[in-house]
Design a protein around this ligand. Structure first.
Ligand code: MG
Length: 278
């Protein structure tokens, strides 16, 4: 099942893709409940007869979604950042305000010239829970989407906390598709994860290289907090990010950033300098 998140006057809505058309759910119960119903009933859930006219991509999350991220989850990325591989998933959070939808502009803030790209496979929680054992963790996943964990490196490295560097307004991106868990290998393992800047390949990894796999990440997060339908977990980025390249590559006004996760989708955004007119 392929889901597409689009704008409505009442906020984001998930539709079911059939061919190149998107069909809204027959009954809209609200974001988290829709996610729960899709997780429970899959493509047996009733959808409208007519496709949505010209759906515009929206971020597949709401302000109620917890947006967790796992840092340093690929050994080669740990090495390029001169960081020891972690012994427990290195969780941090992003706020919704730090993300844009597919096709929207990412903002290069005026206080930094070190906006970097990170291609990531992203988990969408379908069924909530606390203390979820690892062998049951994938039962809680609705599906997987595509993320760009945009990072303002100088602010990220200015302190031991990632919070500011990972939460500049509109510095990352998420979506547009959620591919249900049964349409990809278990845990979305073995999928290529790539980023391109202006068409040039920058990152070329595979989710099989993740230090903590999807089940381990979901289980570990649920040790601390009750996961809810619609929560989002970025799973980390492979090597090849801009700051570690020689010479470094940071995003500039007008750059086109693409993140592709095999079988899940491509997320494409343009970089716009803050305050610059279209
Ligand atoms: Mg990341």
């Amino acid at each position: 099942m392929k889901l597409f998140c689009y704008h409505t006057p009442n906020g984001p809505m998930l539709g079911v893709c059939k061919g190149d058309q998107v069909f809204s759910l027959y009954d809209d119960h609200g974001w988290a409940e829709n996610i729960g119903l899709l997780h429970k009933f899959g493509d047996r859930l009733a959808v409208a007869d007519k496709p949505v006219a010209s759906p515009r991509p929206a971020i597949p999350a709401t302000v109620k979604s917890k947006i967790l991220c796992v840092g340093v989850n690929y050994a080669e990325h740990a090495a390029e950042g001169k960081t020891a591989p972690p012994e427990f998933p290195n969780f941090f959070v992003r706020y919704l305000s730090s993300l844009v939808a597919d096709g929207e502009n990412i903002i290069l803030p005026k206080v930094s010239a070190k906006l970097d790209f990170e291609a990531e496979m992203v988990i969408v929680v379908g069924k909530g829970g606390r203390y979820i054992p690892r062998d049951k963790a994938l039962d809680h996943v609705l599906g997987y989407t595509t993320g760009m964990d945009g990072s303002v490196r100088d602010y990220q490295k200015r302190t031991s906390q990632f919070t500011l560097g990972k939460n500049f307004d509109r510095s990352g991106a998420l979506g547009p598709y959620i591919i249900s868990h049964d349409s990809v290998p278990p845990g979305a393992k073995g999928l290529n994860v790539q980023s391109k800047v202006n068409g040039a390949l920058m990152q070329d990894g595979n989710t099989a290289e993740m230090i903590f796999d999807s089940a381990a990440i979901v289980s570990a997060a649920s040790e601390a907090m009750t996961l809810q339908p619609g929560d989002i977990i970025f799973t980390g980025t492979p090597s090849g990010v801009g700051f570690a390249r020689k010479p470094p590559v940071f995003l500039k006004d007008g750059d086109i950033v693409e993140v592709a996760v095999e079988g899940i989708g491509t997320l494409k955004n343009r970089v716009k300098a803050e305050g610059k007119l279209e």
